[in-house]
Design a binder for this molecule. Structure first.
Ligand code: DGT
Ligand code: CA
Ligand code: CA
Ligand code: ZN
Length: 584
């Protein structure tokens, strides 16, 4: 357990005691312990491991030391479970709301039996809150507003939204001459599908105070959450929180590494450092001080460059997209980090829609834009009939579309257009097109758009049955997830990937930032099994074709290399792959 996790548990403990109305001295003991842990630069876990006396830390008594040891060793606290029997633990959610402290939470609970934010919202709607002693109309209104805020923040932000939301703030900071460099760290730099908050690092050695003021004065800020000399937090109007840290030059690389995370990766790197007698933190790399472990800091041996951190533990630089502690450190050590896939490796886009189904642009327009992007080939994959909401096509329309494809092929040079469709996988795993149409297509994509709540074994069988059809080339958006809106459907992805491997069918990595389906672990599994991955935008407009870069980032997070990607093949190889079914 990390220090912050331990602190969070003790914080919760203190909150519950306060809601319960316990002895103030006991409550204060928990508050003090949390403060001590937050200020600590050493890991409690390693102190426990080294059997150090925790009661020597300020504000840590015997009871607290026992708690910490229990948390480190067991990951949970029996005393907290017991306290939870007396005071509902969900009450601590309430005191995170602006305008609700422990006393008010206690009253809401005792008078109205409110134990959660949902219940509080109901009580507000029923106008039960304003009349409680100590509340009043204003207070009830304020609580209502903070619930709305809370809900806004609760959802994580799509990476593509964040890309847009932070631009004005970056410009605002870069316009200041005192700012030498601005970097966005955190999950954003690792290109995670969704981002909880933005971690900005600013290199600035003079006028730090003014730069911090400028940050807080950003016109797009809805409010300021924390303000310090070198560290501040604002919330943008969109609800996106932004942490800013002002860093001097000689620590910038170490801070960039630290705040890029992931936390798990950091812990692993720090542990490597410890083995080499080094201390690695957000300020730099330090040699062990006098007396070893935890003594006064030794000499600073690096920190201005991110590579200082990696070099100090004998590693090459590792791309932030791989820093999830899923084997990247071992791979780096052994020189087997994946080769970098880049946008320029992508030679075609294999899923997009036109006005023949639910796309915004005509087939001709889509072809021209793909050609202008420099693609060698692509396929237009309009929906099949079962997807009525998306204007799915019936067989006669498909044949009409083929005529148009012929015309466009004659008029647009320099790109090869494949006849294709996104064929719906019906409930029983059969395909939503007669075989003679399927046989006439150059490329057959299949995907699930209905009956997504099937039990796992049925869904797995359904999809595998679809893949067994001899005309199928690619399984599109394999798990059906829509970020922040729809969970992936229940399906044994491993079994589906194994079937795809056996059947020589490719799987899609849908590059649309609201899907990014498959996710990174499944991509790695596909690679392991030798299943080719098609990175496709699923564009519903010409503009959407730009979304390919999200797919490329996601593919890199899944350790894919150019050789793993179907549409990184040149036209000749791709044609050969397409013809594989004739050899079956
Ligand atoms: P997010 O914001 O939830 O999308 O994810 P991150 O990864 O951006 O996480 P965040 O903003 O809480 O922290 C930024 C980075 O700071 C994180 O990736 C690693 C580093 N960091 C934060 N807390 C700790 C910690 O307790 N220990 C270590 N080793 N690193 C931490
Ligand atoms: Ca973050
Ligand atoms: Ca943060
Ligand atoms: Zn689809």
């Amino acid at each position: 357990m990390e220090n912050i996790e331990i602190a969070a548990v003790l914080q919760e403990f203190g909150d519950l005691l306060e809601i319960k109305g316990s002895n103030p001295f006991r409550i204060r003991a928990y508050r003090n312990a949390v403060r001590t842990i937050n200020d600590l630069t050493r890991s409690l876990a390693s102190m426990v491991e080294d059997e150090e006396d925790l009661t020597e830390l300020p504000g840590i008594g015997k009871e607290m030391a026992n708690h910490i040891r229990e948390l480190v060793e067991w990951g949970e606290l029996t005393a907290l479970e017991a306290l939870g029997e007396q005071v509902p633990r969900s009450l601590t959610d309430l005191i995170r709301l602006d305008g609700v402290g422990p006393k008010k939470a206690k009253r809401l609970w005792e008078e109205l039996e409110v134990t959660s934010i949902d219940e509080l919202e109901e009580a507000l709607e029923a106008d039960q809150v304003a009349g409680l002693p100590g509340f009043g109309k204003k207070s009830a209104e304020k609580i209502g507003r903070s619930i709305q805020d809370f809900r806004k923040h609760q959802g994580r932000f799509l990476l593509s939204d964040v890309d847009v939301l932070i631009q004005p703030l970056l410009r605002h900071l870069e316009e200041d001459d005192r700012v030498e460099r601005v970097e966005v760290a955190g999950s954003y730099r690792r290109r995670r599908e969704t981002v909880g908050d933005i971690d900005l690092l600013v290199l600035c050695e003079e006028g730090q105070e003014q730069v911090m003021e400028r940050f807080q004065a950003f016109p797009g800020a809805m409010r300021i959450e924390a303000a310090g000399g070198t560290k501040g937090r604002i919330v943008l109007r969109s609800g996106l929180p932004v942490d800013l840290r002002i860093i001097p030059r000689d620590s910038f690389g170490a801070a960039l590494h630290y705040f890029s995370g992931s936390k798990e990766h950091n812990v692993a790197v720090r542990t490597l450092g410890v083995k080499k007698g080094l201390k690695i933190n957000e300020y730099g790399v330090f040699s062990e001080g006098e007396g070893g472990g935890g003594g006064p800091e030794g000499e600073k041996i690096g920190g201005s460059e991110e590579t200082d951190v990696f070099e100090s533990v004998g590693l090459p630089w590792i791309s932030p997209l791989l820093r999830e502690n899923r084997g990247e450190i071992e791979a780096a050590k052994e020189g087997r980090l994946p080769g970098t896939l880049e946008l320029r490796h992508i030679r075609g886009d294999l899923q997009m829609h036109s006005t023949w189904s639910d796309g915004a642009n005509t087939l001709q327009e889509m072809v021209e834009v793909c050609r202008d992007r420099g693609y060698e080939y692509h396929s237009i994959t309009d929906h099949s009939q079962a997807v009525t909401v998306a204007g799915g096509m019936k067989p006669p329309q498909v044949r009409e579309q083929w005529e148009e494809v012929e015309k466009v092929r004659e008029t647009v040079d320099g790109i090869h257009l494949f006849r294709s469709l996104e064929v719906d996988i019906l409930k029983d795993g059969s395909l939503d097109m007669p075989d003679e149409i399927l046989a006439g297509l150059d490329l057959v994509l299949v995907s699930v758009h209905s009956f997504m709540n099937m039990p796992m074994t049925e869904m797995t069988d359904r999809v595998i049955r679809a893949l067994e059809h001899p005309e199928v080339d690619i399984l599109a958006h394999p798990t059906g997830r829509i970020l922040n809106r729809r969970e992936p459907f229940a399906m044994d992805v491993d079994a589906v990937l194994s079937a795809a491997a056996n059947l020589d069918v490719a799987v899609e990595l849908n590059a649309h930032p609201s899907r990014l389906d498959l996710h990174d672990r499944h991509l790695r599994r596909a690679k392991e099994l030798g299943v080719k991955v098609a990175i496709s935008t699923d564009a519903h407009s010409a503009q959407d074709l730009d979304l390919m870069r999200y797919g490329v980032d996601q593919a890199r997070r899944g350790w894919l290399e150019p050789g793993d990607v179907l549409n990184a093949m040149n036209l000749e190889d791709f044609q050969a792959w397409r013809n594989r079914r004739r050899q079956r």
